[in-house]
Write a protein that binds this ligand. Structure first.
Ligand SMILES: Cc1ncc(C[n+]2csc(CCOP(=O)(O)OP(=O)(O)O)c2C)c(N)n1
Length: 520
């Protein structure tokens, strides 16, 4: 017997049937039917975010941890517009995300009412799949197609635009679970080709990206490094990397081109595994964009939508490296110094000492990143979620999504202060959802990286007016108040000892908590 079900309920049921059980949302009038359906249909974890950039960044963080999409629910063109920067980051992270964007009713659209916009045009640059629902009875099929598209390897943003009247019209049955498209295996000739390069004795590097930076891929890469002497690098903007004590640590390609070029110098071959040829973040006067030596040949072991981990394991076999024994590495943690000034180094040492095993680190540390990360090599094993698309304002939302996805793990958001201001509404969602997050604000009260970049671009001396554009004082941001005003308990550290004590206490309690670390 046909049951009566409106479009919104059909959409919700389809998402759930397709395994999308979390929705980060900021609704408006055109999405009210969907919101109302949340009380009729059990099972959707609906998380309110007070800015759409938090919804999209959270969906990215969620997907990075579980490799399944969360949904976002966004209000018309402007709601999607607010979400775009973090959808850009999600696209670079190759995260599966399903955007549900409301549209005006079909008869209202012709009047160019205030919120009317070309939503498809807003969606296009960040979405690998876009569809506007044309008939209410297609709701189930199109929602399932959106999930399937989002999950297509390596993962992408899929945007379904839903006219408001189709949410209240009769829609028919929700669609059945869609089968995910499996990752393709790498081509056997690529594995054999890579093996012959490794056996040639010429100076060769492996550049790992995508899912190869998880433990099985890293283990295979370690066998190859030990067995063949290949130099192993990690794409610095890959979505996720397992790190810490005992984990094989490929060298991340440095941010600035000079050290990056030095790192890659001498390579005759670079074998790409779910990664692209390395380029610098920006172009600079008189410098080329590519980072590998000009005479270095590029080879693909596994394309970004192929199974690079399996390809690495095949390569281990092909090179006869599976029986190479790996000496146990003992990396001692240095003792925490007492009476020290509060610097990124001290923060790194304190984190390495105190982060619980299995922590998830959302990293938007910008200029402090290297000094802190260096010290985290000796930390207990943790998951690192770095910047992917360079659009700042991703760290706190990604922490929200990771904490929703993995409620049994501690999330540590290491967050530069300038970048934190873009999406600080994420703190409210952390409080509302009682997320187990410790936020460390690296309060240097500057856009410090821009000072460095300004010199590099040859823009000349930083004059007083230019300096004003990089200075975050007058007034100082008060992160304790900004956090407490959104329901997150907060404190401030101004010395090394204070930070060590406050962080130790913060990680021992359920979050959220925030520590403002004043770095001046
Ligand atoms: C959306 C977006 N807007 C602007 C920028 C340019 N930008 C890059 S870093 C930065 C400031 C970083 O300052 P902060 O987060 O305090 O880190 P610090 O450099 O002080 O370590 C800005 C404005 C950007 N990358 N993305």
């Amino acid at each position: 017997m046909e049951t009566s079900m409106n479009g919104a309920e059909c959409l919700l049921r389809t998402l759930l049937q397709c395994g999308v059980g979390t929705c980060f949302m900021n609704p408006g009038t055109s999405e009210m039917q969907f919101v109302a359906a949340l009380d009729r249909v059990e099972g959707m974890r609906s998380v309110l975010c007070l800015f759409e950039g938090v919804c999209s960044g959270a969906a990215d963080g969620y997907a990075r941890m579980v490799r399944r999409p969360a949904a976002t629910l966004l209000h018309l063109g402007p709601g999607l517009g607010n979400a775009l920067a973090n959808l850009h980051n999600a696209r670079k992270a190759r995260s599966p995300v399903v955007n549900i964007v409301g549209q005006h009713t079909t008869q209202h659209l012709r009047y160019d009412a205030p919120l009317t916009a070309d939503i498809e045009a807003f969606a296009r640059p960040v979405s690998g799949w876009i569809r506007t629902l044309r008939r209410p009875e297609d709701m189930g099929a199109e929602a399932a197609a959106a999930v399937r598209a989002a999950c297509a390897p390596p993962g992408q943003v899929a945007t379904l635009i839903v006219p408001a009247d189709y949410s209240w019209s009769e829609a028919g049955e929700p669609a059945a679970v869609s089968q995910p498209v499996p990752r393709r295996s790498a081509r056997p000739e690529c594995v054999r080709g890579a093996a012959s390069i490794l056996k040639s004795g010429e100076c060769t590097g492996l550049l790992l990206g995508g899912a190869t930076l998880l433990e099985p891929g890293l283990d295979a890469a370690r066998q190859l490094a030990m067995g063949t002497g290949v130099r192993v690098f990690a794409d610095r903007n890959a979505a996720r990397m397992e790190r810490g004590k005992g984990m094989f640590a490929p060298r991340r390609v440095p941010y600035f081109p000079e050290p990056a070029e030095a790192e890659l110098a001498g390579l005759k071959h670079l074998i790409l595994v779910e990664s692209l040829p390395p380029v610098s973040f920006f172009g600079y006067p008189g410098r080329r964009s590519t980072l590998a030596p000009e005479d270095c040949a590029m080879h693909v072991l596994a394309a970004i939508d192929e199974d690079g981990t399996q390809a690495l394991q095949g390569l281990v076999q092909e090179c006869g490296a599976s029986s190479v024994s790996i000496p146990a590495q003992e990396m001692a943690r240095p003792k925490l110094p007492r009476g020290a000034a509060l610097t990124p180094e001290i923060i790194g040492l304190a984190l390495a000492e105190e982060m619980p095993e299995g922590s998830i680190v959302s990293d938007e540390m910008i200029s402090a990143a290297e000094a802190i990360l260096q010290n985290l090599a000796a930390a207990r094993p943790f998951t690192h979620l770095p910047i992917t698309g360079g659009s700042i304002g991703q760290g706190l939302p990604v922490a929200v999504g990771a904490a929703v996805a993995c409620s049994d793990r501690k999330v540590i958001a290491l967050q530069a202060d300038g970048s934190a201001m873009y999406t600080l509404q994420a703190l409210w969602t952390m409080a509302r959802e009682k997320l187990d997050v410790v936020v460390v604000i690296l309060a240097n009260r500057r856009y410090r990286i821009l000072e460095i970049e300004s010199r590099r671009t040859g823009a000349g001396e930083i004059g007083p007016r230019a300096n004003e554009m990089m200075d975050l004082t007058r007034p100082n941001l008060d992160w304790v108040k900004l956090a407490e005003g959104q329901g997150v308990p907060a404190c401030r550290a101004t010395t090394g000892d204070e930070f060590i004590a406050l962080f130790r206490e913060a990680v021992r309690q359920p979050g959220p908590r925030l520590i403002e670390a004043v770095l001046e």
